[in-house]
Design a protein around this ligand. Sequence first.
Ligand code: PGA
Length: 258
Amino acid sequence: MRNIVAGNWKSNKLMVEARELMVAVYKGVSVDGLTDVILAPPAPFLSALVLEAPENKSISWAGQQCSGYEMGAYTGEFTASMLHSIGVCSVLIGHSERRDKFGESEEMVAMKLRSALDSGLTAILCCGENLGERESGGHFTRVMEQLKHALHGVSEKEMEDVVLAYEPIWAIGTGRTASADQAQEMHHAIREFIKENWGEMIAGNTRILYGGSCKPSNAGEIFAQPDVNGGLIGGAALSAADFLAIVDASDQSLRETH
Ligand code: PGA
């Protein structure tokens, strides 16, 4: 199975800088690598970048979020179908910053995931506990609750278009990373949850990414874990050199296990 390394640029860069970053990433990603690279720039840049991007079958584009509603009178929103119509392949759903800073409830997250799947996009569903939940030992319960809500009613066939991203909130943008063991333990629990609900084959084929201060210096160790299938990268995705080093770490981890 191929890994995924996705760069979440969050609300960063102006158009000229976004284009420079795209060009540098495209230069560095080999077409026959073992990792699917996904770029999630700010929404205003998406259609220009998708059109300008050179051909590279290893790289595709993602939205950082989408509306949970159909087209209509929803000022400021954009639908998953709009993203799909400009050549975007996937969308982040339920990132903790959307949940915590923009009030996305479990119900909204589920609606957005449904819209993404109905529109033919791959949904990269984010989950993760905060520091209090981790310290009180409630992290597994929290993550499973998030998955239960968001994935309710998702069919076996649809699970082929779901990627999961475990992102402990206490590790996002803090420089503090989950240890490789903490990541593996949670990824394993997530895979077991998928197995219980959709069976062994789907569980084995679902890619589970780690996110939270992932950088060139720790990516190798995290990607070497058996249930980690790549990463969702924030800060380090803003530098082409760092991001490409993480893509290399992913390729390397797959070479070592094959
Ligand atoms: P970070 O962000 O790599 O800057 O911690 C990850 C994310 O929020 O997706």
